[in-house]
Design a protein around this ligand. Structure first.
Ligand code: AMP
Length: 282
């Protein structure tokens, strides 16, 4: 694997491959890699000649300074994991390399997608995500870029950005990769205490029960049931649970037969914020 910290050198390196008409698959990450990230790389390897992964903890997408400072950094282990799946290129720039001296986001209009759920609870988050994803795509110019459905709202927003800004890249969504006990893999999971880690699979268990209930009960009663479950939980605090249209990400009140719905959840275990979601049968 070749590692670049400077965009100029990376661009020069990639131009050789582009000249040979080789295709590039790109996976942006914030590092602290786990098997969820590796599943994106493996998917990309099936369809592209060259795989580029970026590791960059993007300061502009964090609304809380504390969360940014405490974001796990495990670069030695990340390098090992990337080598183990034969990743070709790692781009690991500094904050200055990406932002120079101006660490601010571009302002985006994602037709309202940015105001729902994560956007409501994490001010400016999607301006930060849009800024970094657009910047990295413009540097790397990949044929395809891969994003996890774990961050489903982010995936929809990136798709919207690519359409709106006519970026020449195909965005591919990948399934959520889970631990055996159902907990969605996340870089943040390593920060959980033993007791929190033991409790955390409750999130997906509740989502699966909500999935079943959605078949027979109305939206309001499913939401109320989930909220009550978390009220009683000693370690997990619900920030939001909502059922939304996959396309608009707007919370729904009633089901319509031709729409696709998903349940979304954000939960605090102490100060660690965990998110998950599940596709519902409509
Ligand atoms: P992150 O490093 O958390 O910013 O994630 C980088 C990419 O990996 C994003 O597209 C995430 O949605 C994706 N990702 C993170 N965790 C998972 C997971 N458990 N399953 C699938 N994709 C994931």
């Amino acid at each position: 694997m070749v590692v670049f910290t400077e965009k100029k050198a990376l661009i020069a390196y990639l131009s050789n491959f582009k000249a040979q008409k080789k295709t590039i698959g790109f996976i942006p990450t914030m590092g602290a890699l786990h098997r969820g990230h590796l599943s994106l790389i493996k998917k990309a390897q099936k369809k592209n000649d060259l795989i580029v992964v970026s590791i960059f903890v993007n300061p502009t997408q964090f609304d809380k300074k504390e969360d940014l400072l405490k974001y796990p950094k495990t670069i030695q282990n990340d390098l090992k994991l990337l080598e183990s799946v034969s990743c070709d290129v790692l781009f690991n720039p500094s904050v200055e390399e990406i932002y120079s001296n101006n660490i601010v986001s571009e302002k985006f209009d994602f037709d309202g997608l940015e105001h729902e759920m994560e956007g409501e609870f994490r001010t400016g988050h999607f301006d930060g995500v849009g800024t970094i994803v657009k910047t990295l795509i413009e540097i790397i110019e990949p044929n395809k870029a891969y994003f996890g459905q774990k961050d489903f709202q982010q995936l929809q927003i990136v798709k919207k950005m690519v359409r709106k800004y006519r970026l020449n890249v195909k965005i591919k969504g990948c399934p959520i990769f889970r631990e055996e006990d159902g907990l969605a893999m996340s870089s943040r999971n390593v920060r959980l205490t033993k007791a929190q880690r033991t409790a955390a699979p409750f999130i997906y268990k509740t989502l699966k029960k909500a999935y079943k209930k959605f078949n027979t009960e109305n939206v309001h009663s499913v939401i109320e049931w989930v909220e009550n479950k978390f009220k009683k939980h000693p370690l997990l605090n619900l920030e939001y649970f909502t059922i939304a249209d996959e396309k608009t990400l707007k919370t729904i009140k009633t089901k319509e037969s031709d729409k696709k719905y998903r349940a979304f959840i954000a939960v605090f275990a102490g100060e660690i914020r965990l998110i998950d979601n599940i596709r519902l049968k409509s």
